[in-house]
Ligand binder design. Structure first.
Ligand SMILES: [Zn+2]
Length: 436
């Protein structure tokens, strides 16, 4: 009988190095204590330390002073490091090669190729300290579902994933990857839905085939040949029916929205997140401040990188120009939301830029005026709450899954420390150890 990889990956039995190869067998069963000079628990509470986080199996059971670690417990000593919860990115695209633009993918690659790249990207993302991601959808439908399942089964290393499956777009708009001659079609890609009945059917199909949530494209996109990013591409009724149908399944909708009207239509409909949110006006901001169900998830770093490196990333000049214009709005909107005291979710659009660079979004947010602790809370406990996963991830609190990362320095003094995560634990298993 073939022994399956996940049988080798039971919590705390095996440490896996950056290469994916086993480093050393860890302790046998029982409690383990991870000791560090500083602990930031992700809830926004002040940093404590030195401290030891007690772990039993895949769960955190307590945080104690180092002197209170029970006798006989194996200690993983991280020395002067700062321990934080595993980071969460609400806007990634793990499936697909980062060397092919999404509008070329359908004619130059296969779903298998996209999924294999997904496995590679998942490992890179996990090693960068992101132990949970929401995946906003692949170009090849449902390859994210396969990737999520393979990770959950222990076949390949990667973050916990909440996936979009097959994002729902209007014909000719953002998300219509078939921007080819009318004589060219890719029939297996059925992500276009026009009209309320078609949108409702698309939501049902997504859940039938394994999506965790639904992503709709409420407005045009920056990196697209279709309708301009400021334009609302779905009617209020189409957005509302997506939310209504998802709610029947007990699930949520994430709305890609750049333009002000599409943002407001999404908030009125009750989507969980407004992603990008670039051109949000004062009315939209006020609606978000009054809402307890919809969150703003900007993606700021991607705008910078497309303008700077877009040509070498193979992005067409017209789309780079769209991005340059949109970047002016994005940063200003973020600053206004920050000044208004809005809780701001953390997302990146990784996949447009190289996977593993996700934490550069944290750096940019701090450069734009967000206090480091607030940025850390966004990427941990706030994101967990937005996902509805705050009962398992996003904080170093007893009962949570033991998803933790460590950095060598002080991220409150230098947020770029989080671009250099040195140690990663997911579910009680050390998946990266480069502290020493
Ligand atoms: Zn995206």
């Amino acid at each position: 009988m073939i022994s399956k990889p996940w049988q080798l990956l039971s919590p705390l039995l095996v440490c896996v190095g950056a290469s994916g190869a086993p480093l050393a067998p860890a302790s046998a069963q029982g409690t383990v204590a991870v000791r560090a000079a500083h602990v930031i628990d992700g809830t926004g509470a002040a940093r404590v330390g030195p401290a030891a986080v007690l772990i039993e199996g895949d769960r955190i059971t307590g945080i104690v002073a180092p002197g209170e670690v029970p006798a006989g417990v194996r200690v993983i000593d991280l020395g002067g490091a700062t321990l934080l919860p595993g980071l969460i990115d609400l806007h990634t695209h793990l499936s697909g090669s980062t060397e092919v633009t999404w509008e070329e993918e359908l004619v130059t690659t296969t779903p298998g190729y996209a999924t294999l790249w997904g496995a590679r990207n998942a490992r890179v993302t996990l090693e960068a300290g992101f132990t949970t991601v929401r995946d906003m959808g692949p170009t090849w439908p449902y390859t994210d579902v396969d990737l999520r399942n393979a990770i959950d089964e222990g076949l390949v290393p990667g973050p916990r994933m909440s996936v979009a499956g097959n994002y729902v777009s209007a014909t000719g708009g953002a998300g219509d990857a078939r921007q080819f001659s009318i004589y060219v079609d890719v029939p297996v890609v059925r992500n276009l839905a026009d009209g309320v009945d078609a949108v409702r059917a698309a939501v049902r199909s997504n859940f039938k085939y394994g999506a965790d949530f639904v992503k709709i494209l409420a407005t045009g996109a920056v990196l697209s040949r279709g309708i301009p990013p400021g334009a609302q591409q779905y009617s209020d009724e189409e957005i509302a029916v997506a939310v209504e149908e998802a709610a029947r399944w007990g699930r949520s909708v994430a709305s890609h929205a750049h333009g002000a009207e599409g943002i407001k239509a999404s908030i009125r409909a009750g989507v969980r997140t407004v992603d990008h949110g670039s051109m949000m006006d004062e009315e939209g901001l006020a609606m978000l401040l009054a809402s307890d169900r919809t969150f703003y998830v900007p993606t700021l770093y991607v705008g910078q990188i497309v303008v700077r490196d877009g040509a070498s990333l193979g992005i067409p000049p017209a789309e780079i120009e769209r991005s340059r214009r949109m970047a002016e709005f994005r940063n200003a909107t973020f600053r206004r939301a920050l000044a208004a005291g809005l809780p701001i979710g953390f997302g990146t659009d990784a996949g447009v830029f190289p996977h593993g660079d996700n934490a550069r979004e944290l750096t940019l947010r701090v450069e734009l005026g967000e206090p480091p602790m607030s940025a850390i809370v966004a990427a941990t406990s706030l994101n967990a709450r937005i996902l509805g996963w705050d009962d398992r991830v996003g904080s170093i609190v007893p009962g949570m899954l033991a998803d933790m990362v460590a950095v060598a320095g002080d991220p409150l003094a230098d947020i770029t420390e989080l671009e250099r995560v040195r140690w990663v634990m997911k579910g009680g298993v050390v998946v990266r150890d480069a502290l020493r």
